[in-house]
Write a protein that binds this ligand. Structure first.
Ligand code: SF4
Ligand code: SF4
Length: 341
């Protein structure tokens, strides 16, 4: 494990940025947001970013391919380029776990080469949590906020940053920073973890359980009358899906340039009324069906297809952002017979 004084953080960021783009959470008027580091930018003290880190691998909008049209000839122009190496600093345990959930979708055959390109070139430096929020429940999904995954795992104390490489990519990057850091043991980190674990145990959602949900439970929940009540006030705004680190629905849109077509992939939301609209019509006509789809996907369908893994990481974003205060915890309580406020 290596250590650097917090006073030298700028030197650390400058050293990483010298060889590749470094992104880190910074404070903006709209909350914490990942931005490319440059001199003068300081690391946000916020627990998490408003939008998750999934944007780095699955951006909100991307140009996938172009078509040049000349009379009856259509030329396909492959605009893909090898992505440059980049580093994302300060990713929380919940968001790091979301990458595994996205990987199982985008890296399964046939592999999504756009996503893979970015995953191959990204180095993840995670940051252990010390002051979890009341909306956090990552522990429900087996995530340890004090010990995130990542290529390098960081722990920030009052006066120092501790860095521990966990993968080959991480070891390579950390070794390149040896001149700035010093070798240390994990005494301070373990002491901090113990304090944070006490805080985590006292969180309002610390006892939220997934026992009622999981693989193969479709028929137990699909026709539950609670869906009607739960979905009644949903506005279908899609906010919950856009802030969610694990939501991965998208739409393909073509833009006519006059002499060709630019094809884009854009985030979509299963909460939208036209999401399942096809040539023959729409298979989900009501908000009840759309609402049910989102939560059944996270709690039943995804685990059914992915060895029991849930596709929620308990980041709490949907708890704080939904305009009608509806969220996955309320759904789990209502359907799973729990009581977590
Ligand atoms: S469903 Fe809500 S709590 Fe779960 S990962 Fe998505 S935004 Fe976070
Ligand atoms: S659950 Fe909330 S955030 Fe999600 S679509 Fe409905 S109103 Fe919007």
């Amino acid at each position: 494990m290596r250590k650097i004084s917090l006073e030298k953080l700028d030197s650390l960021f400058a050293a990483i940025s010298a060889s590749q783009k470094l992104y880190l959470p910074v404070d903006t008027k709209a909350g914490a947001k990942f931005e490319a580091w440059e001199e003068g930018k300081t690391l946000s003290g916020a627990l998490n970013t408003v939008r998750s880190a999934k944007d780095f691998f699955f951006p909100q909008m991307e140009n996938m391919v172009d078509f040049k049209v000349q009379g009856k000839n259509i030329e396909v122009i492959d605009i893909r380029e090898e992505c440059e190496d980049f580093v994302i600093f300060g990713v929380r345990a919940c968001d790091v776990k979301s990458f595994e959930i996205l990987d199982r979708v985008f890296l399964a055959e046939p592999v999504d080469t756009y996503y893979k390109n970015r995953r191959d070139h990204g180095v993840i430096i995670s940051m252990a949590c010390t002051k979890p929020a009341e909306t956090c429940f990552c522990g429900t999904f087996g995530i340890d906020a004090t010990a995130p995954e990542g290529d390098i795992v960081c722990h920030k104390t009052e006066d120092a940053l501790y860095l521990d490489a966990k993968t080959e990519k991480g070891e390579k990057l950390l070794a390149s920073l040896n001149a700035l850091t010093e070798e240390t043991d994990d005494t301070a980190v373990e002491a901090q973890k113990a304090v944070t674990r006490e805080r985590l145990a006292k969180l309002p959602l610390a006892n939220l359980k997934t026992d009622a949900f999981g693989a193969g439970k479709t028929m137990e929940f699909f026709n539950d009358p609670m869906w009607k009540e739960l979905s009644q006030s949903c506005l279908g705004c899609g906010t919950c899906t856009f802030v969610c680190p694990t939501c991965q629905c998208y739409d393909i849109k073509d833009f006519n340039t006059g002499n060709g077509v630019k094809r884009f992939r854009c985030w979509d939301s299963c909460m939208y009324s036209d999401f399942t609209k096809m040539a023959h019509g729409n298979i989900r006509l009501t908000q009840l069906e759309r609402f049910r789809q989102r939560f059944m996907h996270k709690l039943v369908y995804y685990p059914t297809n992915n060895d029991g893994l849930f596709s929620c990481v308990g980041c709490g974003r949907c708890l704080s952002k939904c305009p009608i205060q509806m969220n996955i915890v309320k759904v789990m309580n209502a359907l799973g017979g729990q009581n977590n406020g």
